[in-house]
Design a protein around this ligand. Structure first.
Ligand code: PGA
Length: 242
């Protein structure tokens, strides 16, 4: 995994947006794998600027998101569909029919997982996958586990993730306990991977993922085996590197 060290969140966002814009310029019909959370908000903001300045168009792009909470509908303000709509999709004027996320309202787990895998396959796989990293090293909602998952599956969120994500909800009790997530196999099949990390609370996960052993107990560590994975991390996130 190649490391690009930047000073802060803003520089990380600009650099990530540059790489994504380059991808879309080179291949306007790219399939972009997208992420939610606090980390990519600045990247989306930069991309919206590019689009508004006429530097790039997302008209021919398809997007597939990493994950979605189970039990939250698209209108729910905490759902990742809602996040994508408000942070990116509406601002770039993309046709919603070109954007895909797991359907958190589908209670038929098997059907939903195979539907989502078929969606990604039907688009010809992912050209560029954007990722954040959890404090526990998760990517998507692939939590630390004893094995690496392959395709889309339903996970039970760990206490660490519930604790980290409760800031978006009225209380920790309201954070859904389950979520659909793209599998590690699908993420690893992306042609290019862009992992972003900002802030001191990510420093342990960054060190373990970049310099530790490759283990499903630290899911992002698998990216060491990807041939085109780039980590853009700011000074605080790099503060524990050897
Ligand atoms: P964050 O989440 O960007 O809100 O820190 C990252 C993640 O959990 O993947």
């Amino acid at each position: 995994m190649k490391l690009i060290r930047v000073t802060d969140y803003e520089e990380m966002s600009r650099k990530a947006a540059e790489i994504i814009a380059e991808q879309v310029k080179e291949k306007p019909e790219s399939c972009l794998g997208l992420a939610t959370g606090e980390t990519p908000v600045g990247t989306y903001r930069e991309l919206v600027h590019y689009r508004n300045e006429g530097k790039i168009s997302f008209e021919r792009v398809h997007t597939v998101n990493l994950d979605e909470y189970c039990g939250l509908s698209a209108d729910d303000r905490q759902s990742y569909r809602y996040y994508m709509k408000t942070n990116f999709f509406d601002a770039i004027g993309i046709d919603p029919a070109r954007t895909f996320l797991p359907d958190g309202m589908n209670t038929d787990v098997e059907a939903e997982c195979s539907r989502y895998d078929r969606v990604i396959e039907g688009l010809g796989g992912i050209d560029l996958q954007l990722l954040g990293i959890g404090r526990n090293g998760h990517i998507g909602f692939n939590e630390p586990a004893s094995y690496f998952s392959k395709g889309t599956h339903c996970v039970t969120l760990t206490e660490s993730t519930i604790e980290a994500n409760k800031r978006y909800f009225a209380s920790a009790e309201e954070v859904p306990r389950k979520a659909y997530t793209m599998g590690i196999g699908t993420i690893m099949a992306a042609k290019k991977i862009l992992l972003l990390a900002s802030g001191r609370e990510k420093a342990d996960a960054v060190r373990a993922s970049l310099q530790g052993e490759v283990t499903p107990e630290m899911p992002a560590s698998i990216l060491q085996f990807h041939r085109d994975a780039v980590l853009i991390a700011d000074e605080e996130a790099c503060s524990k590197l050897n």
